[in-house]
Design a protein around this ligand. Sequence first.
Ligand code: FEO
Length: 402
Amino acid sequence: MNVKEFIEGIHYVGVNDRTTSRFEALWPLPSGVTYNSYIVTGTNKTALIDGVEISACEKLRDHIKTVLGDKAPDYLVINHMEPDHTGSIKVLRSFYPEMTIVGNAKTLEMVKGFYGIENNLLKVADGNIIDLGGMSLRFTLTPMVHWPETMMTYVKEKSVLFSGDAFGCFGALTGGITDSETDTEQFIPEMYRYYSNIVGKYGVFVQKALAKLSSIKLDYICPTHGPVWHDEIARVTAIYDSLSKYEAETGVVIVYGSMYGNTEEMAEVIASRLAENGIKKIRIHNASYSHLSYILSDIFRYKGLIIGAPTYSNTLFPPIEALLQAIKTREIKNRVTASFGSCTWAPQSVKRINAVLEEARLFNGDIASPQAKQAPDATAINDCKTLADAVAARLLNSSPHT
Ligand code: FEO
């Protein structure tokens, strides 16, 4: 049972989920996910911070009982309305009818819209405080991290921030609850994947939230997914700062589609030449087999992005079209991009890749796009090497994290 008083007066009461296979019915969960919930106990009142997904509701109730016995929490604070955190509130309300649901104006609209709940609600605004007796909850609105109603809750007396999705990651907990008592290396790649898949579109808003939080003392960050951060607060805030500014490491992601191996051969030539140029961090994805979730995670992490595909039905090979739309949606910036492809008879693929890169403001027109007609001939192979040389030169002449 994941119940732990990790600091006096604040319990973790979240739930591990190792059975849901896709988060938001989209993103793979090979190591599961947590729905984190917390109880803050003051001398007069108690507050449950964040709920859980509906399937985890019974477990949450057991965890609450372990901490509070038969007493109901006085408040349920909703930092974020996405149903992975609120799916349980109708049932919680039936367990605890006297519990007041706390949220901002947008939250309470959604509480009504999703769950039809209109009574025993408490509306709070930016900077408002609820006094629990020796523990206070201060609310900071952080819209679009990840929905418009998103807010964070700060307990000044313990320097604890309940941050919602921010600083969260995929992966169920493996015994330890805080980063001091678990191997965080299992969670860091899942933080990149979570950010790029879920929050990646909202970098500007993450930056605004980080600025708002910059002056507060942080001893613990309690996100809605993954471990509680204590020892590694500097590390995870730096990761979020860097990702939300679309900064990246020196390295290249090559993503290609290939039906019969000809575009794939071009990808291999490009990769070999990048390595000859001294680029070590090269990640290659065949878009028909790598899940978009992992491709996006690498694209957020590395500065070089080379995309290749064949023409298909006189347009672009579908998995690469889907990838380009996902890149465009996330408004990814500051990448060294290039493209390549094959066509057999209709030279559409490279045109389409470059057109979408241009729409996404990611097109580097000065790096030529190699095209093979059928199998790549000597000219196409040579053009692939020229492309790799140009990308490597750009990367090695720019400092990392720029
Ligand atoms: Fe964990 Fe945006 O929900």
